[in-house]
Write a protein that binds this ligand. Sequence first.
Ligand SMILES: *Cc1c(COP(=O)(O)O)cnc(C)c1O
Length: 388
Amino acid sequence: MTISPNYAIMGNMIDFNIPPYTGTEEKYIHQAIRDRKLSGDGRFTKKCSQWLEETLSVTHALLTTSCTHALEMAAVLTGIGEGDEVIMPSYTFVSTANAFVQRGARIVFTDIRPDTMNLDEQLLEDAITPRTRVIVPVHYAGVACEMDTILDIARTHHLQVVEDAAQGITSLYKGKDLGTIGDYGCLSFHETKNLTMGEGGALLFQREGALEQAEIIREKGTNRSKFFRGQIDKYTWVDYGSSYLPSELNAAYLWGQFMECDKIQQDRMQTWDFYHQAFEDLEQSGYLQRPVIPSYARHNAHMYYIKVADLETRTRFLSYLREQGILAVFHYVPLHSSAAGQRFGRFCGEDRFTTKESERLVRLPLYYGIGQETREKIAETVKRFFTP
Ligand SMILES: *Cc1c(COP(=O)(O)O)cnc(C)c1O
């Protein structure tokens, strides 16, 4: 059976997301089945790791079962423990925080920059205490945080940096791939991200010495990876670990996506550029705001969002779009306002932008193969809301 990648309009609704599928994935999945190797660390896991290492220029890329799990691995590798503090934006996904909460750390949430929705690097110094160990920049929408400033501050205070680059595959900060700049970087290949394996992710790092421990954590705390390479003659329990190694079936799908990465990315970029152009006039007339890409960043068209006047306008706008057959969505509810966020962390300083900006944000449908007709319908429908 062949599935057309252009299955954009299903029923009468335009979906917010459709997982990317290029047609090459099945061939590789069949190969994995024929290899009689379905658990992890087979041919496709290795090919994917190598592709990431070469494409992103990073010493080590370990495929994982999710970005959530890559973050958990990074948290263990930083050596963070009970009572230590981690600084991160409140405007992020729960996994960014959970990974460190699981180690007994306290979360210190900082405010974001209204232009990129990223952690405001100017507020970092104020958030640092003698207990601070780690800073977690989240590259929202695949748009880079101001990494030079963040790394300078981290170096001065002897802190480690874990990049949540879940949305950042192929995005750059001053020419460097997101996820390869800090001590550890975490990518996601969930079906909502640019490239996917259903559920999956990767842990990136440059430090040679971290590889052995990272492999042990991923293999349930055993030295099984060494055993399979023939470096030892039996494997045992050597350290803390869990099960973070994805199946070959998932890796085979991802390999198909990697092979078509340029095609997927070009298509997403076209949609992003189309929206950006389409809403220029509405921005100039003051109806909405478009995303800002700082000069140090090259983005990957992970997301197209607009910001409307306020929460009330957004609520009306989202139900209008739904009535018109378009599934648009809002995004994170700031973590510091959630029950768990209050229990496991605190907000540092004043919430000038986190709540206000998050309440105005609307994400429009953007997926591989969305097609010109659908993009146009969405843009026209959005315009009609503001200028009937
Ligand atoms: C998607 C996402 C995650 C979680 O990724 P999974 O692979 O689904 O675990 C974490 N952080 C951010 C910023 C994300 O967008």
